[in-house]
Design a protein around this ligand. Structure first.
Ligand code: GCB
Length: 593
């Protein structure tokens, strides 16, 4: 009996909590009518996690003479939203734990409208409380989510509390250690989004995988409502169709046009696409391009392409904080442009939409990945589910960006059955939505085979990917087993190969000792680049390179007091924005590629 009761209880609670899971957000929130909730929020640091027990989300005030509460949101700490908390106060630099955010807001309640709270990202996990009620939970620091508050919101004086926690955990993604700063907080935009009762919830408009004149389009309404009209229009191409939804509330169609100018890094053409129903309309700039792999080549719009890529973290080094604005995106991407790149590997998590959208406008192909970064608990089913959900949220957000060419499913993982099952799940999740983009993963297993005098890699999983990528730190973590000009590679032959990371550390302004690794000098970093670029000439299936990394970035496991001091110094550009010697070498390589 007891067992039955506990079973029923646990079922009951899992039902309650599952209702609290935040929803995947609607397509193109940035194209919607929205009220910003960005700005200064009140905050309470809750190191010992006592706030929930004390129900501080009720935001109570003492009413009688005997009444008192040992908290108040008002007159205390104020934090900027969006932003990480670490960069806002010296005491929060290393903070890992819970901080409560609170603010009030009013809404204009309109008949026949729905209201959604939208968070572009909260790092890493959160619970949301509106007017004293918990309304949602979300885990994952780099993807957006929404909560419908049409009924829960009042006209005036709504109190919104967000309990944010960024503790590292074994079953989280990323897990216990990772080579970047564990920024916490409401790190991206918060909006109130207003929609009609039945609205355009999702759409996917893109060029066919291989055909240059065929645009495939899918639109889904928020309700499973049959026989509703949906119009899709691309005015510049004089394309327009009105269709009726099926029983799922969806329409699916394609458009043929020989006039389509395809998007490419050298001509990043975008078209205005309009979607409308009786009650709702939304528009967005969308580009069209073909991308596929054949043999060892990657074809963009039918032409073989070499990927001149670079990586950066979502961080402004000069501010020692997370990038969150359009201006931040311009800063990061302008430096990638200056280096001569045609692609960005967004390391190691989905970065904010300002970066993704601006990159598309500026003509960068994109590689986007979720933070499956070493040390992931592949045997844990719940971690696998979380990863799948992150993947879904990422693909849902960015599937209409033609710049997106690669979905990355893992970085530096070791072969094992649980790992394979885990990554297969991610690939299947991705392909359930999008079958056109290329799937890749970065491996660090390349080793030197002495008998064959060749670099090789044994991980059969590479066969399940469209493009294989390798992180290899020759001249830094690994010394050269042969001279770079005679180094042979036999890795993933028959498939395109990208060197997705290489490089070494240098402290800006340190010169000399061009052959001494431990000198941390710009001269040694330059030597290292020279050697790697020499070796690249002899990798037969090399179709792209992505040096690690564009800027020096903050990382708690970089301990050297003078050379690092909490910074990974592999940047081609220093934390203060100065270009190191290796930058010029790389620039020359890309300009002549
Ligand atoms: C890697 C990781 C990257 C690190 C880099 C390094 O292999 O993928 O996240 O920052 O090495 O600097 O060690």
């Amino acid at each position: 009996k007891l067992i039955n009761l506990s079973l029923i209880l646990s079922l009951f609670f899992s039902l309650i909590t599952s209702n609290l899971v935040a929803q995947q957000n609607m397509a193109n929130v940035y194209g919607r009518r929205a009220q910003s909730l960005n700005g200064k929020w009140d905050a309470i640091v809750d190191l010992y996690d006592q706030g929930r027990k004390n129900q501080i989300y009720l935001n109570k005030k003492a009413e009688s003479k005997t009444d008192f509460y040992e908290y108040a949101f008002e007159n205390g700490l104020r934090l900027n939203v969006p932003s990480d908390w670490n960069s806002q106060m010296p005491e929060l630099k290393y903070y890992e734990g819970t901080i409560w955010y609170g603010r009030k807001f009013d809404v204009v309640k309109e008949n026949n409208k729905r209201l959604f709270l939208y968070f572009a990202a909260v790092s890493y996990r959160c619970r949301i409380y509106l007017n004293g009620q918990e309304i949602a939970q979300h885990e994952g620091g780099f993807t957006p989510f929404q909560i419908e508050i049409t009924d829960a919101a009042k006209e005036n004086d709504n109190f919104l509390a967000v309990e944010v926690n960024n503790s590292r955990q074994v079953d989280a993604i990323p897990a216990m250690a990772f080579d970047w700063w564990n920024y916490g907080g409401i790190t991206r935009d918060v909006f109130l989004v207003s929609t009609p009762k039945v609205f355009i919830d999702d759409y996917f408009v893109q060029l066919d995988k291989t055909k240059a004149d065929k645009i495939n389009a899918k639109v889904k309404l928020s309700e499973t409502m049959a026989n509703s009209s949906v119009t899709i229009e691309i005015p510049e191409l004089q394309l327009k169709q009105t269709l009726k939804t099926d029983a799922q509330g969806e329409v699916k169609t394609s458009f043929l046009s020989r006039e389509i100018k395809r998007w490419s890094p050298t001509a990043p053409k975008l078209y205005n696409v309009k979607i409308s129903t009786h009650d709702d309309q939304i528009e967005e700039e969308i580009g069209f391009r073909n991308i596929w792999v054949k043999g060892e080549d990657i074809f963009l719009n039918g032409e073989a392409i070499f990927l001149k890529s670079i990586s950066f973290h979502e961080e402004i080094p000069q501010r020692k904080g997370r990038a969150f604005s359009q201006a931040d995106a311009v800063m990061l991407l302008s430096e990638a442009k200056a280096l001569g790149c045609n692609m960005i590997r967004l390391a190691h998590y989905p970065q904010n939409e300002y970066i993704v959208r601006m990159a598309e406008k500026m003509g960068f192909l994109l590689w986007e990945e979720i933070p499956i970064w070493q040390g992931i608990d592949f045997e844990n089913e719940s971690t696998k589910d979380k990863a799948g959900k992150m993947m879904r949220e990422m693909v849902a957000r960015d599937k209409n960006r033609c710049a997106l060419a690669f979905w990355g499913v893992a970085n530096e993982t070791q072969p094992s059955e649980p790992r394979n099952a885990f990554i297969r799940h991610l690939i299947a999740t991705c392909r359930a939505v999008d079958t056109t983009r290329l799937i890749t993963a970065a491996f660090d297993l390349v080793r030197f085979n002495k008998e064959k005098e060749t670099f090789v890699m044994d991980d059969p999983f590479t066969k399940e990917l469209d493009v294989v990528a390798v992180n290899k730190y020759l001249g830094w973590y690994h010394s050269w087993p042969v001279s770079p000009d005679i180094a042979l590679w036999d890795v993933a032959r028959g498939q395109p190969l990208i060197i997705s990371e290489f490089g070494g550390e240098a402290l800006y302004g340190k010169t000399g000792e061009k052959d001494v690794v431990s000198s941390w000098s710009e001269d040694y970093q330059e030597t290292l680049y020279k050697n790697n670029l020499e070796m690249f000439k002899h990798i037969p299936n090399l179709r792209g390179t992505s040096p690690w990394v564009l800027f020096d970035f903050r990382s708690p496991f970089r301990f050297h007091p003078t050379n690092q001091d909490g910074w990974n110094r592999k940047g081609l550009i220093s934390d203060q924005g100065y270009r190191k010697k290796a930058w010029f070498l790389m620039k020359h390589y890309y300009d002549n590629k």
